[in-house]
Write a protein that binds this ligand. Structure first.
Ligand code: SF4
Ligand code: SF4
Ligand code: SF4
Length: 312
């Protein structure tokens, strides 16, 4: 099987969210009751972000309407927020349990939650902040590219439901060619910032996007980079293989680096569950109730125990 990709064309998306619903239906994911309560996002984006029960959201990015664009002063630049299925896939490289695995044939990165130990290194390593905890089970969940459907000759569930044809699925090369043709068309019609996203980012993504108003307007990450913790994890892997005591050391060192990488000067908002970089105001971790202490406690709880019950 050749490399596959999902194509998202923002210029055709009507933000009906049919794709979000199809994803939940096919993957048997519940509505995230509780996550939206008392949270007013200020937009039609609902839920506010991906979470363990929601693998895909359509983002409503506000922009100032240009002349002739809308009869209102504000316009939307719709975006697709989900796993981008990186060729380099740092999440899979750091996962100590082997829960995240890149399928070399399609390029999609799947997740086996029975192998997830809940350490969330993948969340720290992902430049798009995609993997999130799954409900009360403390397992990470994310888009799998519907590899179960793809291997059986079907398109991903989200693609199959999109009425305006904003989502397509096929060979990656073909999706890239279609995206370039569409960008050419948009530019010819005055959308100067229109661009293809995903062709080269992170070694090449398996979600290719046509961004009508440019990368930033659609809420995508400009020039995504692999976290330095990925390099350390490669060093720690042989050490963690030596024994459980070393595993604790390895996990501790990796956590410290992950925290250092992401958490320079952070504040945790108990109400929203967001972790905010105080210096930049950026939300570095969205509200899934996982502050640093919770993560440390969770790590400790999930480490192998001695027969007597204490942690090694
Ligand atoms: S189903 Fe298609 S048109 Fe509707 S929100 Fe999803 S991508 Fe956009
Ligand atoms: S977008 Fe994030 S979760 Fe998806 S493959 Fe890339 S690093 Fe992994
Ligand atoms: S590819 Fe499958 S798992 Fe991924 S967003 Fe689409 S429906 Fe959900």
């Amino acid at each position: 099987m050749s490399e596959k990709a999902i194509l998202f064309d923002s210029s055709k998306c009507t933000a009906c969210k049919g794709c979000q619903i199809a994803c939940k239906c096919w993957n048997g994911l519940p509505s995230p009751t509780g996550l939206n309560e008392n949270v007013f996002s200020g937009t039609l984006q609902n839920p506010p972000d991906v979470n363990g029960d929601t693998r895909l959201i359509i983002t409503f990015n506000e922009m100032e309407a240009e002349e002739g664009m809308s009869n209102k002063s504000i316009a939307w630049a719709f975006g697709r927020r989900s796993c981008q299925h990186c060729s380099d896939a740092p999440c899979a490289q750091v996962c100590p349990g082997g829960a995240l695995v890149k399928d070399e044939a399609t390029g999609f990165v799947s997740v086996d939650d029975s192998k997830c130990i809940g350490c969330q290194y993948c969340s720290s390593a992902c430049p798009f902040d995609v993997p999130h905890y799954y409900g009360a089970q403390s397992k990470v969940n994310k888009c799998t590219g519907c590899i179960d459907r793809v291997e059986n000759g079907m398109a991903p569930a989200c693609v199959s439901t999109c009425q305006p044809g904003a989502l397509q699925f096929g060979d990656r090369d073909e999706m890239i060619a279609i995206a370039h043709k569409r960008v050419e068309f948009l530019k010819a019609h005055g959308y100067e910032k229109a661009t293809v996203y995903g062709e080269n980012e992170m070694g090449g993504l398996h979600v290719i996007q046509v961004l009508k108003y440019g990368v930033e307007a659609h809420g995508q990450v400009e020039d995504p980079k692999v976290s330095p913790m990925v390099g350390l994890q490669q060093i720690m892997k042989p050490i963690t293989a030596v024994g459980t005591g070393a595993t604790v050391l390895g996990l501790g060192a990796m956590f410290a680096l992950a925290a250092g990488y992401r958490h320079k000067n952070l504040a945790y908002n108990e109400k929203t569950g967001d972790t905010i970089d105080v210096d930049t105001g950026e939300v570095v971790k969205h509200g899934d109730a996982q502050d640093e202490l919770t993560v440390v406690e969770h790590l400790t709880e999930n480490l192998p125990k001695k027969k007597g019950g204490s942690h090694e």
